[in-house]
Ligand binder design. Structure first.
Ligand code: AHM
Ligand code: MG
Length: 336
């Protein structure tokens, strides 16, 4: 019996290169470099429990949070890979306060922003973690640091590609270049990402909601009403919804992408913008979810339309199935 043909990520990227408006192989090379870094990170993640790479580096990141050694490793690995590739003029990492300029004399056309190891609080307890990336094209030829800072601050709608790697029960890379969303699973035996989830579409409505409900009492009234609505018993409208929350955005979004439903990380009185970073977390996830047929907002407007002011700015996030996100909005508006 003939099996299905096997498509590797590298072949897929090359085959699809033609869809890209500026097809020249540069974007393909960046995706390849990121996937290579992901394999190296995956190797370290998989032996995290065995070697002395675990633990704290005695440093805090720009948000004042503890930085684990594996975060630093992933951060350096991605920079190394993209620097060698030579397609980028500037990088930005959730682990670094300012932009990371690349070879001003011979700089490339692309900007890559990344969260090297998302869900870092889950590393030490063997729960899924991930890498998130977001790719833009440069708009000007200005090579000053100030010019590059501006390049890194583009609206999410300008992304030319975005994706994530999930280090979970298997390792997956999911990405979009604006022509749908495709998922690849790492076959550790041959060290290749293989196409396993072609053309992913998020269901229009789901049966899961995903949020840190521990903050319930800090939320606005409309959102509390929405939760009360979701947990009512009404089989005719598919309620109650089930609650799923991993605490790693990549893992929570991946489940939402495949099963549908809604994920939200709202603001509170003391933190009106919530916790998640617009450039490193919200924008790439919004691009992917929209490309799969879903919706992503900050509770007021489309995430991808937000004009960024700072590299590390935060934004509330409501993301997932179209019908579910519309419903949250309905409750938010009624409560305002
Ligand atoms: P990190 O970048 O330090 O890992 O923080 C981001 C993570 C997200 O992956 C996740 O959605 C969120 O923080 C969970 O936050 P909380 O613990 O407040 O629920
Ligand atoms: Mg993160």
């Amino acid at each position: 019996m003939l099996g299905r043909s096997i498509v590797t990520l590298d072949h897929f990227i090359l085959d699809r290169q033609i869809e890209f408006r500026y097809a020249s192989g540069e974007l393909s090379r960046i995706l390849y470099d990121i996937s290579l870094a992901a394999k190296v990170i995956n190797r370290e993640v998989n032996k995290a429990g065995l070697v002395d790479i675990m633990g704290i580096t005695n440093a805090t990141n720009v948000h004042g949070e503890e930085v684990k050694k594996l975060d630093v490793f992933a951060h350096r690995e991605i920079i190394k890979s993209l620097r060698l590739g030579g397609q980028c003029c500037v990088l930005g990492s959730e682990e670094e306060e300012d932009i990371i300029p690349i070879r001003a004399e011979d700089s490339g056309e692309y900007i890559v922003l990344f969260d090297p190891l998302d869900g870092s609080s889950n590393i030490d307890v063997n729960v899924s973690i991930g890498t998130i990336f977001s790719i833009y094209r440069r708009q000007t030829a200005v090579d000053s640091v100030e010019g590059l800072r501006k390049e890194a601050l583009q609206r999410g709608v300008n992304q030319v590609a975005a994706g994530y790697v999930l280090y979970g029960s298997s390792t997956m890379l999911v990405y979009t270049t604006g022509h749908g969303v495709n998922g690849f699973t790492l076959d550790p035996g041959i060290g290749e990402f293989l196409l396993s989830h072609p053309n992913i579409q998020i269901p229009a409505k789901g049966k899961y909601y995903s949020t840190n409900q521990g903050y319930y009492h800090l939320w606005e009234e409309g959102l509390k009403n929405y939760i009360r609505y979701l947990i009512e018993d009404d089989p005719a409208t598919g309620r109650p919804y089930s609650l799923r929350y991993i605490g790693t955005l990549v893992a929570d979004i991946h489940r939402t992408l495949l099963y549908g439903g809604v994920f939200f990380y709202p603001g509170t009185h003391s933190a009106p913008k919530g916790k998640l970073r617009l450039m490193y977390e919200c924008n790439p996830m919004a691009f992917i979810i929209e490309q799969a047929g879903g919706t992503a907002t900050d509770g007021f407007q489309r995430i991808l339309d937000i004009k960024p002011e700072r590299l590390h700015q935060r934004a509330p996030l409501f993301i997932g199935s179209k019908v579910d996100v519309e419903q949250v909005h309905h409750f938010l508006q009624k409560g305002r």
